[in-house]
Design a protein around this ligand. Structure first.
Ligand code: AGP
Length: 613
């Protein structure tokens, strides 16, 4: 996912931008660049393929000559055009007077490019973004007014953008525009920042304005001017970020992923803190309170998401159906958006997204809206594109999740889904006793998670036995099945070991053919009415020399006679079980990847948020 960091103030812009770009590395990128005004107010562009330290080295000579106080910078995650220095941002116009960085996708870039080539423009890159800089140049030749030229150009553009521009004729100014790609104005003391992600600027200020689609910002060290999509000068409310820089430092941990796994006692607590209405044996979800009538009358729920968030959605299906008897469909957003989905009356749609920027999920949200449905969000990033697009929703309050492999977001998403199930259930037949039982059990989760985390060393030893495998199978039944899927995704995305999650009963319909001594089987053996059947499945695995590693409940004396190794977790209610059972699987994936010496926080080919389709 691309990212923008821009600065205007009194300080040297280069180190501020470089550090900001490094805070965006977790989003995934393959090249980076920056543009500044030099001592003659000429626009200078520096860009490099590869890691940001390459760019840092490349501009280090600039840092010794003078201190530019205005700049724009960018990390690129290739969508259109190969990974190369030529295709890195910022781009300059044909006269070398303007620099532009862009986050998003210009859907109609081919037509625009054809028209611009016909007008004599030459393209250096094969990106969609380069059409923007030439299109603005084309209008600027006529208007000699940068703001007007930008507006003209954007009228011709279809797609999404977060843009930052420098121009020689406007020294000391940054021009910016936003549509469909998050862009935030951060307000410091006599300095201002533009960023795609608060992580890049939280060190400098907690005061931010979340720009809206259609906003255009003129930024100088004296201040900012924002005009909205109706061309009206506006003065939006300034928000205050409620977390600080320590949340995005690894601290004592080797990787962000490990830190975020260990944050789960707190992040799960924060997901339900202040939301338990114990006096009424239910919960309160402020972000949905305007829609309680809809929740009361809902006949069907559709949950749309991608990746780990879809695993949370599938977990939510089991939980909500079991506690409320409302039918729930967990849908891959990327499929839903193109399937001409059926959205019956009295259907509520929820979208789950940690980043709030996933393009497929945002598009599926809009498709559900087009079908007339109300859409609520379960997201983590305040002010994200998805959070702003929904009719309401629930923030999971997991704090910034930097590791590409999602961990604490999953457990917080499931926690919020449990809260939703209790709220819906108590609006129907769920008794005060049942409601209270779930609230009491929720409150015990943090200490139960702490207890699981004390087994980290034991889990690392288990990981050593899996690390050299080429495949792995994850099995679970009932609400443990989506947890098996999530465990498999964790392993494959950071250790590059192929792994599949399966409903345990499905083994006999094919996967059992895969079982031999080289196929580790990670099984979730919760002590419930399906336990005996799961044990039978594991006996079938064992009889074919499969190596079994189990997650089971404390006090289980049988599983240890079948499995090579067992991680025991505290018992809890079925609805809360996924929140505990997933943690050993997160640690297994983490340790396997770490033992293999891989880049745990930024696995190959992956981005933290997939803003492309
Ligand atoms: C999960 O570990 C992956 N990083 C990925 O599957 C992720 O869950 C997916 O891209 C959805 O992201 P979102 O929750 O930000 O929408």
């Amino acid at each position: 996912m691309c990212g923008i960091v821009a600065y205007v103030g009194e300080k040297n812009a280069i180190p501020i931008m470089i550090e900001g770009l490094k805070r965006l590395e977790y989003r995934g990128y393959d090249s980076s660049g920056l543009a500044i005004f030099d001592e003659n107010n000429d626009v200078k562009i520096y860009k490099k393929e590869g890691k940001i330290v390459e760019l840092e080295r490349h501009v280090s000579h600039v840092m010794t000559k003078y201190s530019p106080t205005v700049g724009i910078s960018h990390t690129r995650w290739a969508t259109h055009g190969v990974v190369s220095e030529v295709n890195a941002h910022p781009f300059c116009d044909s006269e070398g007077k303007m620099a532009l960085a862009h986050n998003g996708i210009i859907e109609n870039y081919k037509d625009l490019k054809t028209n611009l080539i016909a007008k004599g423009y030459e393209f250096k890159s094969d990106t969609d973004t380069e059409v923007l800089v030439h299109l603005i140049h084309y209008y600027y030749q006529q208007d000699k007014d940068l703001m007007k030229s930008l507006k003209q150009a954007l009228k011709a553009v279809e797609g999404t953008y977060g843009i930052a521009i420098l121009h020689k004729d406007y020294p000391g100014q940054i021009l910016s525009a936003k549509k469909g790609s998050t862009l935030i104005l951060a307000i410091g003391n006599d300095e201002f920042f533009l960023t795609s992600d608060i992580n890049a600027t939280i060190k400098h200020t907690k005061k931010v304005i979340y720009l809206e689609d259609g906003d255009i910002v003129k930024l100088t060290k004296e201040g900012y001017e924002i005009t909205n999509s109706q061309n009206i000068l506006i003065n939006p409310e300034i928000s205050e970020i409620d977390w600080d820089i320590s949340a995005i430092d690894k601290g004592k941990y080797k990787h962000f992923m490990l830190k975020e796994i260990y944050e789960q006692p707190t992040s799960v607590l924060n997901a339900f803190r202040g939301r338990l209405a114990e006096d009424l044996y239910t919960v309160r979800l402020g972000g949905l309170s305007q829609n309680y009538a809809d929740l009361r009358n809902v006949k069907r729920i559709q949950i749309l998401a991608c990746g780990t968030s879809w695993h949370a959605a599938l977990t939510g299906k089991y939980i909500i159906e079991n506690l409320t008897r409302i039918p729930v469909d967990a849908e891959y957003a990327s499929e839903y958006r193109y399937r001409n989905p059926i959205v019956p009356d009295d259907t509520l749609v929820f979208v789950i997204s940690q980043s709030g920027e996933t393009a497929d999920t945002l598009a599926a949200l809009k498709e559900a809206r087009a079908k007339g449905a109300k859409v609520f969000g379960i997201t983590n990033v305040v002010g994200s594109a998805i959070a702003r697009e929904t009719d309401g929703g629930v923030y999971i309050h997991a704090g910034s999740e930097v590791g590409v492999a999602s961990t604490k977001a999953f457990t917080s998403q499931v926690t919020v889904l449990v809260l939703l199930a209790i709220l819906l259930g108590r609006m129907r037949h769920m008794s005060p006793t049942d409601g209270l039982t779930h609230l009491e059990e929720l409150k015990k989760l943090p200490e139960k998670i702490e207890k699981i985390l004390t087994q980290n060393d034991h889990i690392r030893e288990i990981s050593k036995k899996i690390a050299n495998s080429h495949n792995a199978l994850y099995l679970g039944r009932g609400v443990d099945y989506p947890v098996a899927l999530e465990g498999a995704l964790k392993l494959k995305e950071i250790s590059y070991i192929h792994a599949e999650g399966y409903p345990a009963a499905e083994m006999k319909h094919g996967p059992i053919a895969l079982i031999d001594e080289n196929m580790p089987v990670i099984a979730i053996a919760s002590k419930d009415f399906l336990y005996d059947k799961l044990v039978s499945n594991l006996q079938e695995v064992k009889s074919r020399k499969g190596k079994i590693y189990a997650v089971a409940n404390e006090g289980d004396t049988l599983i240890g006679t079948i499995a090579e190794e067992v991680v025991y977790v505290p018992e809890t209610l079925p609805a809360l079980r996924p929140i505990l059972n997933v943690i050993p699987l997160q640690l297994i994936a983490y340790h396997v990847a770490d033992l293999k010496g891989l880049d745990v926080d930024q696995p190959r080919n992956l981005a933290k948020s997939v803003t492309v389709e």
